[in-house]
Design a binder for this molecule. Structure first.
Ligand SMILES: [Zn+2]
Length: 132
């Protein structure tokens, strides 16, 4: 029975990694390689590195790839909680994902999401000298 739980958990973990990998590759333009690497010794460490890199540089933008790699690799039990929490923020707020995908920004005057190349806010008419 313990073996079954262990095996099932292993399969579920791989399934979870692959589905979140697909989500990150699709929505956040990460380049995490195929999940098949997860079942190959050594290659799975490289895969976790790429996963951590994508998560760090494209999802949460903290550029702490090495730190996340060590956490995901050594304390893998926390990975689902951490990653799911971040992905859910985007799932709950489509505007946030648009900002991320297109580089759209919030108007500092009215707070609406406006295209990244706007010179004038289409909602409140605020003109931007330089868009920072
Ligand atoms: Zn505005």
């Amino acid at each position: 029975m313990y073996l079954l739980i262990f095996v099932t958990f292993g399969i579920y973990a791989i399934y979870w990694y692959i589905s979140t990998k697909n989500e990150m590759n699709n929505e956040f333009k990460t380049d995490i390689p195929t999940g098949w690497l997860l079942i190959i010794p050594i290659a799975n460490i490289y895969w976790i590195y790429k996963y951590a890199e994508g998560f760090s540089t494209k999802v949460i933008d903290d550029d702490n790839t090495v730190m996340w790699f060590l956490i995901f690799w050594l304390v893998g039990i926390v990975t689902p909680a951490v990653v799911q929490l971040e992905l859910n923020k985007y799932a709950d707020d489509p505007d946030l994902l648009r900002v991320k995908q297109r580089g759209d920004r919030r108007c500092p005057n009215c707070g609406r999401i406006i295209p990244f190349d706007s010179v004038i806010c289409p909602y409140c008419g605020k003109r931007f000298e330089s868009f920072l």
